[in-house]
Design a protein around this ligand. Structure first.
Ligand code: PLP
Length: 392
């Protein structure tokens, strides 16, 4: 493959994609003013291969800081378990799925019938959107936020009620509550939120869920929660045992460093799990190897602690360096940092790629932002050095 040509394609593609978003949002003038963050259609597989995520696998990308991946994973124990289980690849996943559901149920303090497992949380987000919005209605969620579930819901005919984040970048739960109407089929809360990296107080979320009182299911996406030091005190999972129609979703892509191995799970009321299972078979998306890797990783607490600690150190380093360069990064509790920029996102991204650094760019409320994922310290140093060269 001619890599320089592919890189040019990448830049061209990024320009086109970002430019398209810019046009749609041009009227907006700040993060909170205008809706429609990320309402671009999904890319097909071929387009995706041409897009930045895959192009970033090219050798000239030395720091891949664009998909909020864990640069330290998978854990050595997970890798060993994957190798050992490859010979079981002739068998369907049933008994492995049973084994991991039992472990996850015990970890979350729920029963077997409260857990659904699949190949990453994307599958669970999308299948929940299908299951709840197939007859239309609306979904209420924050703006900007993670868009997987909303994109699927709107693609099958639901509408999106987008509620701007508050000035402190937390969810505006009062406004979300007011937005609920007789047509609301699902509420989506991403906590911590992507792309802002910010946390909404668990006390506020719990009060909100109690106020909604199971009239509408509430999907709480906790993809990044386990990167927090105090994750157990911040999860909404306890609401499920209290009988609320809350769906908590987690992934092995972040803290466990298994994004390419695809394991995610959700915890919900038994009736909700049954309802989704009556339509789709999420566990059939799994492979036995990934499940065995996930089981080993669950037991590798030292690896999770290392990721949490090192991610935090590298995030703090990056945050301070961004400030020194004159940026105003949004304080993050996750493995990425969002920061406003003074140039079109396409320009920053292509200049970064020229220096071997892959990051993301977003137009939010009409303003350009960079989002850098937290990598190894050498990657973060290269990111800062490159950014400094670009802006000075
Ligand atoms: C908030 C959020 N939820 C879900 C996902 C999907 O993760 P996966 O499908 O790898 O589990 C991501 C991916 O970055 C995310 O940021």
């Amino acid at each position: 493959m001619n890599t320089s040509l592919t890189r040019r394609n990448w830049i061209k593609k990024s320009v086109l994609t970002t430019g398209g978003m810019l046009t749609g949002l041009a009227a907006a003038n700040n993060l909170f003013a205008k809706p429609a963050f990320g309402m671009t259609p999904y890319l097909g597989t071929y387009e995706l291969i041409e897009d930045f995520k895959i192009a970033a696998d090219q050798p000239e990308i030395k720091a891949r800081l664009l998909a909020n991946e864990n640069p330290w994973g998978p854990s050595k124990k997970a890798i060993a378990a994957i190798g050992e289980s490859a010979s079981k690849g002739n068998r369907y996943v049933y008994s492995s799925a049973k084994e991991i559901i039992e472990k996850l149920a015990a970890k979350e303090g729920v029963t077997f019938n409260n857990v659904l497992i699949s190949a990453g949380s994307t599958d669970l987000l999308e299948k929940t959107a299908f299951a709840t919005c197939m007859k239309g209605g609306n979904v209420v969620s924050a703006d900007p936020s993670y868009m997987s579930l909303v994109k699927t819901a709107t693609a099958i005919g639901a509408t999106w009620k987008n509620i701007p984040l508050k000035k402190d970048y937390s969810h505006d739960l009062d406004a979300m509550y007011s937005a609920i109407d007789s047509e609301t089929k699902l509420i989506y809360i991403c906590n911590p939120n992507n792309p802002t990296g910010t946390l909404t107080s668990i006390d506020e979320i719990k009060s909100f869920c109690k106020k909604v009182d199971s009239k509408v299911p509430i999907f709480i996406d906790e993809a990044y929660l386990e990167l927090l030091d105090n994750a157990e005190s911040q999860t909404a999972v306890g609401l499920i045992n209290e009988g609320y129609d809350v769906i908590v979703c987690r992934t092995f892509s972040k803290i466990h460093g298994m994004a390419g191995l695809r394991v995610g799970y959700m915890v919900a009321k038994e009736e909700r799990v049954k309802m989704i299972q009556s339509l789709v078979r999420t566990e059939m998306a799994l492979c036995v190897t990934s499940v065995q890797g996930a089981l080993a990783s669950l037991g590798d607490v030292a690896f999770q602690d290392f990721t949490r600690k090192t991610n935090k150190e590298n995030r703090e380093y990056t945050f301070e360096q961004l400030k020194k360069l004159g940026f105003s990064p949004i304080p993050s509790v996750t493995n990425f940092i969002l920061f406003p920029i003074d140039m079109p996102t396409k320009e920053l991204l292509s200049k970064m790629v020229d220096r071997g650094v892959g990051i993301r760019g977003f137009e939010i409320g009409g303003n350009p932002y960079g989002r850098v994922s937290i990598g190894k310290i050498d990657e973060m140093k290269l990111f800062i050095k490159s950014l400094s060269a670009i802006v000075s």
